[in-house]
Design a protein around this ligand. Structure first.
Ligand code: SF4
Length: 281
């Protein structure tokens, strides 16, 4: 049990819990959580999952977890994410939650190597970053569009924070929010966006994950913490629109990435002795 002084800013935590609960119970729209396996989206997922466990069966409604696999992810990140999703799905079933997990990938003909070797695309670069749309946005959008067409409208939860980056912070500030803290998605009709940890500091995020470990779906955060330590870097988020800054600068990203000058996370993994077997990859 975490001690009071170990917990993140208590107002921030209580406000976030209240925001989540009130929004969840306010209507019947399904929720879609963009989960990359990184710290911010893990925190969002954990706070939502903790709330779901407190609700009665009558208060439950569909919650979809969407994660993205570009088919060229760093193998250790891919393995971590897959294991987390398996554990999450199993625990949700046992707990009788209405929760579905989607690990989306680009179609083979739209995958990195098919486009480079088969269609002659240049390796992605800062000026022609086709990878974000082809490998990430398109597969994620297909699932969100399918869910939206089934229900008419969805609420999309993302883990963006003001403190994270100045350009992201400016985007957050320029959006129009309704009284429930929702804003219209810039590219997906009928999708409203909720950013429940918008005001959390980076220290608050780590503090919560450290003091609430393992996650309630019985998944240890230790592996994620170790990956961050090794990579000395940030995560590549699940991207749903072109407004979201891509993963070129701070990232656990594709091992093939040619957008960054130096793949700091991969360098960190190698320097700290992380190993994986590429057989079957
Ligand atoms: S990690 Fe690099 S190659 Fe992969 S989607 Fe991001 S920018 Fe593109």
């Amino acid at each position: 049990m975490a001690k009071q002084q170990d917990l993140p800013n208590i107002d921030c935590l209580e406000e976030t819990r209240k925001l989540l609960r009130e929004n969840f119970l306010a209507d019947s729209r399904p929720w879609v959580i963009a989960y990359s396996g990184g710290k911010d989206s893990t925190l969002v997922l954990q706070l939502v999952y903790e709330m779901l466990l407190t609700l009665t069966p009558e208060q439950q409604k569909p919650v979809h977890i969407i994660s993205s696999d570009t088919r060229v992810e760093a193998p250790n990140i891919e393995e971590y994410l897959q294991n987390s999703l398996i554990q999450l799905e199993q625990h949700a079933q046992t707990s009788r939650l209405d929760l579905a997990v989607h690990l989306v990938k680009p179609e083979i003909e739209e995958s990195f190597w098919s486009l480079i070797i088969g269609k002659g695309y240049p390796p992605p670069n800062r000026w022609f970053r086709w990878c974000t749309t082809k490998l990430k946005i398109k597969p994620v959008r297909k699932v969100i569009d399918d869910i939206t067409s089934g229900y008419g409208s969805v609420i999309l939860l993302i883990g963006t924070r003001k403190a994270e980056r100045s350009n992201r912070s400016r985007q957050i500030e320029s959006r129009q929010y309704n009284s429930r803290g929702l804003n219209q998605h810039s590219e997906i009709p009928n999708a409203l966006v909720l950013q429940p940890i918008m005001h959390w500091s980076t220290d608050d995020v780590w503090e919560y994950l450290f003091t609430h470990n393992p996650a309630p779906w019985n998944f240890d955060h230790d592996r994620m913490l170790a990956l961050y330590r090794q990579a000395n870097s940030g995560e590549c988020p699940v991207i749903t629109d072109l407004d979201t800054p891509s993963c070129g600068g701070s990232r656990f990203g594709c091992w093939t990435c040619t957008v960054v000058k130096e793949d700091k996370s991969m360098k960190g993994f190698i320097e700290t002795g992380d190993e994986w077997n590429m057989a079957g990859a």
